[in-house]
Design a protein around this ligand. Structure first.
Ligand SMILES: *[C@@H]1O[C@H](CO)[C@@H](O)[C@H](O)[C@H]1NC(C)=O
Ligand SMILES: *[C@@H]1O[C@H](CO)[C@@H](O)[C@H](O)[C@H]1NC(C)=O
Ligand SMILES: *[C@@H]1O[C@H](CO)[C@@H](O)[C@H](O)[C@H]1NC(C)=O
Ligand SMILES: *[C@@H]1O[C@H](CO)[C@@H](O)[C@H](O)[C@H]1NC(C)=O
Ligand SMILES: *[C@@H]1O[C@H](CO)[C@@H](O)[C@H](O)[C@H]1NC(C)=O
Ligand SMILES: *[C@@H]1O[C@H](CO)[C@@H](O)[C@H](O)[C@H]1NC(C)=O
Ligand SMILES: *[C@@H]1O[C@H](CO)[C@@H](O)[C@H](O)[C@H]1NC(C)=O
Ligand SMILES: *[C@@H]1O[C@H](CO)[C@@H](O)[C@H](O)[C@H]1NC(C)=O
Ligand SMILES: *[C@@H]1O[C@H](CO)[C@@H](O)[C@H](O)[C@H]1NC(C)=O
Ligand SMILES: *[C@@H]1O[C@H](CO)[C@@H](O)[C@H](O)[C@H]1NC(C)=O
Length: 435
């Protein structure tokens, strides 16, 4: 199944904004002990990656001369001269990645980190740390750390065994551990990082349930738990994350239980993806309070009951996907409500609406035509009745894909009707839309 474009777009744009660092990293004069430490990192990287064309370490050639603060991937505090930023992520690595793209990183521990006492930003993404032991212990020696990125660093297991007696890096704001393979339950220490604003844990084999302790991360704005095997119910404490803007727990996970009323506290939520979980029950009326929502994907769950009338208040929605659930009842309130957002110019406009494979019934209201940003409309396999006329489509100039098949709908348009949307849409309209 293809990932819908707007979803991917927002996900990527948020990820690339992952460290919205407001500090300016100056170029002070370099501290000799830190320069020496950097040179031994460089020597190690050259020794271990020499024979591999894919591990392009040519950027390390800037690591010469006295002032290490000028080296690529390094930044210092202007006053103290201490290294505060170290980025060893291969700047030339671009998707699609070659087979063997990791830097191999000697020695087999990160003890050298303790030489950089003022470090605030550390990025070792795509560095092969599979043989590195005790990474958490070494990171714990960096109390100034604000940003830690270890995405796709071949880390495996051990995330519990490493728990330090005392957590020193509690000022951390960004933790990116995506694409490793911890295959574990969530470690408790993570929930002591109460300054965290962005937490990326996607694609790690995390299992078990989310602890109530998640509610302690009150500064969280971005949370990606997608592509793990997390189960259990979404904890009540989720409602404490009132600054959350982005929450993705789709794919692989098997959350069960209802979408709680406390979800309504998350008034800054712009993106909520719970695709393919085991959410049951009716959507809460309070969902209408999530007025910042731009993308909502609850497809492929077991949601039943009718669509809450309040959903028509979600005027910022651009992408709504509820397909493959057991939702029944009419769609009038939703479409009428969302089309009124347009009239009042409160909205950027719904461009994708996926309600296919539910149990929706009643007629399709003519207010559909006022959702004129619509590009993809999927109402297939419901129990919709009545007649679709030219009025339903009068303003849908951007429509590219639509699917009304497997309903009980009639189409009544004049023979010489010219649909407002483009030829491709016209074609689909005539051929497979009403099959
Ligand atoms: C490494 O990257 C640099 C800069 O993009 C490029 O000039 C050089 O040809 C690359 N070397 C290899 C072996 O790919
Ligand atoms: C990572 O390094 C280990 C040993 O240092 C090696 O066995 C493994 O193949 C490397 N992984 C990748 C993906 O390069
Ligand atoms: C960090 O915590 C450990 C205990 O886990 C302690 O031994 C160490 O001194 C602390 N280091 C710093 C730099 O605060
Ligand atoms: C985490 O916080 C709890 C409660 O404040 C405390 O009991 C525990 O020792 C902390 N754990 C670590 C690793 O700092
Ligand atoms: C992830 O770890 C598990 C168990 O630790 C292992 O069975 C599995 O092969 C690993 N997967 C990858 C992609 O390394
Ligand atoms: C969530 O907030 C409520 C109300 O402020 C508080 O009683 C509760 O302890 C919080 N839960 C967590 C896990 O922080
Ligand atoms: C969801 O519905 C499917 C198909 O009816 C069923 O097999 C599954 O057990 C249900 N899951 C839950 C969590 O209710
Ligand atoms: C829609 O289905 C419900 C039962 O699920 C039924 O009570 C209602 O009358 C139906 N409405 C229409 C317009 O067919
Ligand atoms: C079509 O959209 C325009 C704005 O682009 C609006 O002025 C007009 O009233 C709409 N017509 C219908 C039938 O919705
Ligand atoms: C189709 O629409 C025309 C004009 O609005 C109307 O006269 C006719 O009765 C309609 N036919 C059906 C089958 O609804």
């Amino acid at each position: 199944m293809a990932f819908p474009f707007p979803v991917l777009f927002i996900a990527v744009s948020l990820l690339s904004a992952f460290p919205p660092s407001c500090e300016s990293y100056g170029h002070g004069s370099c501290i000799e002990s830190e320069r020496t430490a950097l040179l031994s990192i460089k020597a190690g990287l050259f020794q271990n990656n020499n024979n591999n064309n894919n591990n392009n370490i040519s950027w390390l050639s800037s690591w010469t001369g006295r002032d290490c603060c000028q080296w690529q991937g390094v930044a210092c505090n202007q006053e103290s001269g201490h290294v505060i930023k170290l980025n060893l992520r291969n700047p030339y690595l671009q998707y699609p990645y070659p087979d063997d793209y990791y830097f191999n990183m000697p020695p087999n521990d990160l003890r050298w980190l303790s030489g950089f006492t003022a470090l605030r930003y550390l990025d070792l993404s795509y560095v092969n740390l599979s043989k590195v032991s005790g990474w958490l212990h070494d990171v714990n020696m960096l109390p100034s750390l604000r940003v830690l990125k270890l995405s796709d660093a071949q880390l495996q297991g051990g995330i519990h065994a490493l728990t330090p007696a005392h957590l020193n890096f509690t000022a951390l704001r960004v933790l990116d551990l995506t694409y490793n393979n911890f295959s574990a339950t969530f470690p408790q220490w993570m929930f002591n990082l109460t300054s965290l604003e962005q937490l990326g844990l996607s694609s790690n084999g995390f299992h078990g349930s989310i602890p109530e302790n998640i509610g302690r991360l009150r500064n969280l704005q971005y949370l990606d738990l997608s592509r793990n095997v997390i189960s259990g119910e979404i904890p009540e404490a989720f409602g404490n994350l009132t600054l959350l803007q982005y929450f993705d727990a789709s794919w692989g996970n098997t959350f069960s239980g209802k979408l709680l009323e406390t979800t309504a506290n998350l008034v800054h939520l712009q993106v909520l993806y719970l695709t393919r979980n085991g959410i049951v029950g009716q959507l809460p009326e309070s969902i209408g309070k999530l007025s910042s929502l731009m993308e909502l994907d609850l497809s492929e769950n077991n949601i039943s009951g009718t669509l809450p009338k309040t959903m028509g208040n979600l005027c910022n929605l651009q992408y709504l996907d509820l397909k493959r659930n057991f939702i029944s009842g009419p769609i009038d309130d939703l479409l009428n409500g969302l089309s009124e957002c347009f009239e009042n110019k409160e909205s950027n406009g719904l461009s994708e609406l996926h309600l296919g494979e539910n149990r929706l019934n009643g007629t399709v209201p003519e207010s559909l035509s006022r959702l004129y940003k619509m590009e993809w409309l999927d109402l297939r396999a419901n129990s919709l009745t009545g007649t679709l006329t030219e009025l339903h489509f009068a303003n849908l100039t951007d429509l590219q894909i639509m699917d009304f098949s497997y309903n009980m709908l009639q189409l009544n348009v004049t023979e010489d009707w010219v649909p407002p949307f483009n030829a491709r849409g016209h074609e689909r309209f005539n051929s497979d839309v009403f099959s």
